[in-house]
Design a protein around this ligand. Structure first.
Ligand code: SF4
Length: 450
C-alpha cells in the first residue's frame, strides 16, 4: 500500500508542481499587467475616463479584442504630441489622425472635421478656445477642454520695423522645463499684394553657421508640430485682414530638417484643403544641407527647397558652416542635381548665398559658382549680410553684389538680390533669436581665421 502511494505521489507531484507553478506565473502576469495599466493611466488621466468608458460601452462588451481601439489612442498620441500636462496639442494632428483620436475618445469621426474648421477656418482663421466652437455640443467641448489644447503658443510682442516688416515673438505654453518660457520668433514680410511669413522650427539652432545670430543661442529644443502650425494660424488670425499671408518660408530660427518629422507633419497640415489650404509652391523649406533629410523632404512633399550654400570652396564652407564637413559642396550639389533634374522638375530649388565682404564675394567665387551650378535648375538668391551683435563679418558692398549678379545673369542663371527687410528690429535674415551670453556661446570655429 505504501509502495502504491509513493508511486501515485511520483505520478501526481509533477502535475501539481507544474500547475501550481503555472498558476503562480499566470497570477504574476495578471498582477503585472494590472499594475502597469494602472501606472499608465495614472500618468495620463484622460485615459482613465477613456478606459472607463470603454469598459462600460457595448462596443467593448461585444468586441472580442479591444486592442484596435488602444492602437488608435497610441497613433493619435504619438503624432499629436502632448504638453507638460499630458494634454493633446490639437494642431499637431493631421485631419486623419484627429479622426482616429476622436474615435478613441468614443466620438464620431465627423466631429474631427467640425473641430478642424474651428481650428483653421471659422471666424476668419480659427478660434483660440473651445467655448467659441458653438456648433459643438457643450458636453463635447467640456470633454475636449479636459484632454486637449487649442493654441500652443502665446503671442507676446509685435515689433514693427520702418519698412513695415513685423517681428512676432511667441512664448511656448505649458512646456517642460527644457523649453518652458522659451521665446520663438516669426517674421511677417509684406509685399505689394501678398505677405510672406517666415517661421521657426526650433528654439535656437545646432548648426553653428558663423554668420547667423540664432546659431549663437545653441539648440534648446525642437518645436512641436503644433507650435510650428500655430505661428501661421495666429499670424493669419491677427494680420490677414489687410493682405493674404500666402507664402510661408521655413527660414526662421532653427534648421527645419533637423526637426524633419514635425516639419513634415506641419507642412501636411498647412497644405490641407479643408484647413489653411496653402499652395505647395508657396511653401519653402530652407536647409544648411542635411543630405538624407533633403532627400526625404523632396520625396514626401512637393514644397520648394532653399539650399543655403554661401561658399564655392569646401575650405571656406567648412569654416562658415560646419555641416559642410559632413556633407561637402559636391555631395550637396550632386544630390540636388539628381533630385531636380530627374525626379522633381516642377518644384523650385533656390540656392541661397549670403554675401560676406572679402569672404565669398570675389569674381573668382562668381566663376566657381557658375561652374558648380551648371546643369542644376535653380534660382540664386544673393542675400546681403545682416549684421548683429558680436558678428565677425560685414556685408559686401552694393557694387560688389552687382558685379556678382551681373556675372551670373550674363551666363544664363536666374539671380535675385534679396532686399534686407526689418533690420532695425532685428527681424532680417540671420538676425532672429536671443543668445543669452554671446561670449560663452561662441564656438570653436570662431577662433579659426578665414
Ligand atoms: S543659418 Fe539657419 S541653419 Fe545656420 S545656424 Fe542659422 S538658423 Fe541654424
Amino acid at each position: 500500500m505504501r509502495e502504491n502511494l509513493s508511486r501515485m505521489d511520483c505520478f501526481v507531484r509533477p502535475f501539481v508542481t507544474y500547475s501550481t507553478h503555472r498558476s503562480l506565473r499566470l497570477f504574476q502576469c495578471a498582477l503585472k499587467t494590472a499594475s502597469s495599466t494602472l501606472a499608465y493611466t495614472k500618468r495620463r488621466p484622460w485615459r482613465q475616463s477613456w478606459l472607463r468608458a470603454s469598459f462600460q460601452s457595448n462596443t467593448y462588451k461585444n468586441s472580442v479584442d479591444p486592442i484596435p481601439a488602444f492602437n488608435n489612442v497610441a497613433v493619435a498620441e504619438e503624432s499629436a504630441q502632448m504638453d507638460v500636462r499630458n494634454k493633446v496639442l490639437l494642431k499637431g494632428l493631421t485631419l486623419e489622425k484627429m479622426q482616429l483620436w476622436l474615435e478613441s475618445l468614443g466620438e464620431k469621426r465627423f466631429r474631427a472635421l467640425q473641430l478642424w474648421k474651428w481650428l483653421y477656418q471659422q471666424q476668419g482663421g480659427g478660434v483660440d478656445n473651445f467655448a467659441s466652437m458653438t456648433n459643438l455640443s457643450k458636453q463635447f467641448r467640456e470633454k475636449l477642454e479636459q484632454v486637449a489644447v487649442v493654441d500652443s503658443l502665446k503671442l507676446e510682442n509685435v515689433y514693427e520695423a520702418q519698412d513695415g516688416t513685423k517681428k512676432l515673438t511667441f512664448r511656448l505654453k505649458n512646456r517642460d522645463s527644457g523649453l518652458g518660457g522659451g521665446v520663438v520668433e516669426s517674421v511677417l514680410i509684406p509685399n505689394e499684394s501678398w505677405v510672406t511669413l517666415c517661421v521657426s522650427s526650433q528654439l535656437g539652432c545646432a548648426q553653428r553657421c558663423q554668420f547667423c545670430y540664432t546659431a549663437k543661442m545653441g539648440l534648446h529644443g525642437h518645436l512641436h508640430t503644433a507650435e510650428i502650425v500655430d505661428q501661421v494660424v495666429i499670424a493669419k488670425r491677427l494680420f490677414e485682414k489687410e493682405k493674404r499671408i500666402s507664402n510661408v518660408v521655413f527660414m526662421g530660427m532653427g534648421e527645419p530638417l533637423h526637426n524633419i518629422d514635425n516639419v513634415l507633419t506641419a507642412i501636411e497640415i498647412l497644405l490641407d484643403e479643408q484647413g489653411l489650404h496653402l499652395s505647395h509652391n508657396k511653401v519653402t523649406v530652407s536647409t544648411s544641407g542635411l543630405v538624407p533629410e533633403m532627400e526625404r523632404l523632396t520625396k514626401e512633399t512637393k514644397v520648394n527647397l532653399a539650399l543655403s550654400l554661401n561658399a564655392t570652396t569646401d575650405e571656406v564652407r567648412d569654416k562658415l558652416m560646419p555641416i559642410n564637413r559632413k556633407y561637402p559642396i559636391q555631395v550637396l550639389l550632386d544630390t540636388v542635381k539628381r533630385i531636380y533634374t530627374h525626379e522633381r522638375s516642377k518644384q523650385k530649388l533656390f540656392v541661397e548665398y549670403v554675401m560676406l565682404n572679402g569672404v565669398n564675394d570675389s569674381l573668382e567665387d562668381a566663376k566657381r559658382l557658375h561652374i558648380l551650378l551648371a546643369g542644376i535648375p535653380c534660382k540664386i538668391n544673393l542675400i546681403p549680410f545682416n549684421s548683429h551683435e558680436g558678428a565677425d563679418f560685414e556685408s559686401s558692398s552694393e557694387g560688389k553684389i552687382q558685379l556678382f549678379y551681373n556675372y551670373l545673369t550674363q551666363r544664363g542663371h536666374y539671380v535675385f538680390t534679396r532686399e534686407s527687410r526689418g533690420q532695425d528690429k532685428m527681424a532680417a535674415c540671420g538676425q532672429l533669436g536671443k543668445p543669452r551670453r554671446l561670449s560663452l556661446t561662441k564656438n570653436k570655429y570662431d577662433s579659426q581665421p578665414l
